[in-house]
Structures are given as structure tokens and as C-alpha cells.
Design a protein around this ligand. Structure first.
Ligand SMILES: [Zn+2]
Length: 93
């Protein structure tokens, strides 16, 4: 186990699901998990049928997010302001 990897992640260290778990906890993924995810993604995108399906899924997600924001504009603005503070932006940036 590397020092930058929480012990609770030991079983999933260096995996794509480990990378997902890091992000779910609001952490930057450790190097071994980041590498595993990059390898997983590259393998998926190497198959043109998978790549096409992923592009269409990303397009559908974009459409759905735009509609979700339009339907919940006030809530979105509140979340956006909070997120800007989290990353260190002031509300006038
Ligand atoms: Zn990790």
C-alpha cells in the first residue's frame, strides 16, 4: 500500500472502481487508480462501436443536464455558487 492510498481502499487499489471511489469521496485519485482508469478508458475507446455508444451517451447526458438546469434553475444557481466557493472562485468571477 502506498502512503497516498487510504487503507479502506486496499481491495480496490489500482482499479477503475477505486478511482471512482476516490472521486465519490471528493478526493483526487491516487496514481495507481488514475492509471488503471486511464487504461480502462483507453481500452474501451479502442473499440469503435463502444466509442460511438459512449459519444452518444455523453451527448444524451449533456441534453439531459441542460434540461435539468432549465427546470431547476434556482437550485442550480445555489449549487453553482457553492461549488465556485469550493474551488476558490469568488462569486463575482
Ligand atoms: Zn487509489
Amino acid at each position: 500500500m502506498t502512503p497516498d492510498h487510504p487503507s479502506s481502499f486496499r481491495a480496490r487499489r489500482g482499479t477503475s472502481s477505486g478511482e471512482h471511489a476516490h472521486r465519490g469521496r471528493g478526493e483526487e485519485p491516487c496514481e495507481s487508480c488514475r492509471t488503471a482508469k486511464a487504461t480502462y478508458d483507453k481500452r474501451r475507446y479502442d473499440d469503435p462501436r463502444v466509442a460511438q455508444r459512449l459519444r452518444l451517451a455523453a451527448k444524451a447526458q449533456g441534453i439531459a443536464k441542460t434540461k435539468l438546469v432549465a427546470q431547476h434553475r434556482d437550485e442550480y444557481q445555489t449549487l453553482y455558487r457553492a461549488a465556485k466557493q469550493e474551488v476558490g472562485l469568488t462569486n463575482d468571477q
